[in-house]
Write a protein that binds this ligand. Structure first.
Ligand code: CUA
Length: 314
């Protein structure tokens, strides 16, 4: 509709719903306007002398109930339809390619697991689910790809995700859709969709470079592993299952853990981030509240790297 390309698997669903709402509104509008015209003509004052009073009508329950039911059914249908599509947006497929996106005033940083970093550019394969794990370094931003019909707020201090499967190669515009300061309207990016084979070649062609010198293996996983030691995580946490001061980190990701207050929590990306920034907020049962906060000392990119490292300890 309105000539915007449908470039993701979701675009058509969203457009179909939008078209339905548009035409349902259009038909309702027409019925009301035609009704007004008919009543105006039929019950107009026909001559200056006529002072016949209009009848006093108190209402007609069956008519009112049927109009209300039709409207209720219409609204519930729109809700249900929207909810079904929204559920698809919420749950990303397990085999999705994960890419980290960090928003900051006023650009988007994209970091691939193999260490490749791009600014204001997201290169993805066609016909494959892609999951963006997003956070912000400063204020609230919003990642908006009109051609994919997708938009998700990007928050400081926690992760939000967005997944899509592109169906058309080429460039697709990204906007920031949350006012974030002076250069908000300049916070633009492009999604470049490549054929799967081209994407593989693009991935393989890249050689990680550190300080200008190529360094093989400087990917996010290695950065995370290095940080785990450099930041002293290993003083209290093993990467096996054995406990030191804190729990062992092996296979913690994805597990459901019991907290000191008896509640249970699933260890996901947001839990890890919260535990780094506010370690006592959700303390695991049986451990002392001694972990220091890393708020302000780890960048979002470093948090992402640590999350990827912990995920890898299966
Ligand atoms: Cu970032 Cu608006």
């Amino acid at each position: 509709m309105f000539g915007l390309p449908q470039a993701s698997t979701l675009s058509q669903n969203i457009d179909a719903l939008y078209r339905f709402i548009f035409w349902a509104s259009f038909v309702s509008f027409a019925i009301i306007v035609i009704g007004i015209i008919i009543f105006v003509l039929r019950y107009r004052k026909r001559s200056a002398e006529s002072d016949k009073k209009t009848p006093y009508i108190t209402g007609h329950l069956p008519t009112e109930m049927s109009v209300a039911s039709v409207l209720l059914i219409l609204v519930m249908a729109i809700f249900l339809w929207g909810w079904i599509d929204y559920r698809k947006i919420l749950r990303s497929p397990d085999d999705a390619l994960e890419i980290n996106v960090v928003g900051r005033q006023w650009l988007w940083n994209v970091w691939y697991t193999n260490g490749r970093q791009l600014t204001n550019e997201l290169v993805v394969p066609k016909d494959r689910p892609v999951k963006l794990l997003m956070s912000s370094e400063d204020v609230i931003h919003s990642f908006f790809i009109p051609n994919f019909r997708l938009k998700q707020d990007v928050l400081p201090g926690s992760y939000t995700t967005l997944w899509f499967q592109a169906t058309e190669t080429g460039e697709h515009q990204v906007f920031c859709a949350e006012y974030c300061g002076a250069a908000h309207s300049q916070m633009l990016a492009k999604v470049k969709v490549l054929e799967p084979a081209e994407f593989e070649a693009w991935q393989a062609a890249w050689k990680p470079a550190v300080d200008g010198k190529p360094k093989v293996g400087a990917n996010l996983l290695d950065v995370g592993q290095e940080l785990f030691v450099k930041r002293g995580c290993n003083a209290c946490h093993t990467v096996t299952e054995s406990k030191l001061i804190g729990p062992g980190m092996k296979a913690v990701f994805g597990r459901t853990t019991e907290l000191a207050d008896g509640t249970k929590v699933k260890v996901d990306e947001n839990y890890i981030r919260e535990s780094l920034m506010d370690p006592q907020a959700k303390l695991v049962k049986g451990f002392p509240p001694v972990m220091p906060t890393f708020r302000g000392t780890l960048t979002d990119d470093e948090v992402n790297a640590l999350v990827i490292y912990l995920k890898s300890l299966k």
